[in-house]
Design a protein around this ligand. Structure first.
Ligand SMILES: [Mg+2]
Length: 221
């Protein structure tokens, strides 16, 4: 067990999924753009990256607000359904460089590991099938919470289910909503700069350029 400066004795690590474990964001962005274009809404990559971590429902509602559009609940549901269909058609699991090695090593060292994502279970299962199905003690997906990131609920749920003290727990994130969720939950949060520039990640306790750099810090230091 390691003492991370300013925290307790680290015994558990909670990982975000997209942009940390799996390179899923390009598929989310493509499917959002295509689905939203059917109702006349155009979005930039950055707009989607800044909402990374939120559930699908929350993402579309926030976008409609931001774009000052008005869509019926039926239209919202059909856009979301279309987005998910496009995503499922194009999504191919590609793990982030170094993520599997880090997870397997932390697991081998007896750290308790959890996965907390706004993505749905059917997608998460495809990721876990890449040799990660025995690594996580707890998996929290988008449909398991009432309020997704940046609300603290997803990370608080993981901490409670792991049965650990917050001060002994570290969150690894890559997006502002996830960092806010972890910090709002009272947790230490490290960020990896895998999708957004560091200026968007400054609320994290520490920023790493890559998973490999994080691994070197966690395992070798
Ligand atoms: Mg992420």
């Amino acid at each position: 067990m390691k003492n991370i400066k300013g925290t307790g004795f680290l015994n558990s690590v909670i990982f975000d999924m997209d942009g940390v474990i799996v390179d899923g964001m390009p598929y989310h962005i493509e499917s959002w753009k295509k689905a939203l274009s059917t109702v006349g809404i155009s979005v930039t990559d950055l707009e989607i990256y800044l909402m990374e971590g939120m559930t699908g429902e929350e993402t579309i509602k926030e976008l409609i607000n931001k774009k000052k559009k008005s869509l019926s609940d039926v239209s919202i549901r059909s856009v979301l359904k279309l987005k998910r269909k496009i995503f499922n058609d194009i999504f191919t699991v590609k793990l982030m460089k170094g993520s599997k090695e880090l997870l397997l090593e932390l697991h081998r060292l007896d750290y308790l590991l959890a996965l907390v994502t706004g993505t749905r279970l059917e997608v998460v299962k495809k990721v876990l099938q890449m040799g990660l199905d025995n690594v996580f003690k707890i998996v929290i997906t988008g449909e398991m919470v009432s309020n997704g990131k940046p609300n603290p609920e997803p990370y608080l749920k993981a901490v409670n289910e792991l049965g650990v003290n917050k001060k002994d727990c570290l969150v690894v994130e890559n997006a502002p909503a996830g960092i806010a969720s972890a910090k709002n939950a009272g947790l230490t949060c490290f960020a990896v700069q895998t999708s957004l520039p560091g200026e968007y990640l400054k609320d994290a306790d520490k920023i790493f350029q890559s998973i490999d750099e994080l691994s070197a810090f966690l395992i070798k230091s």
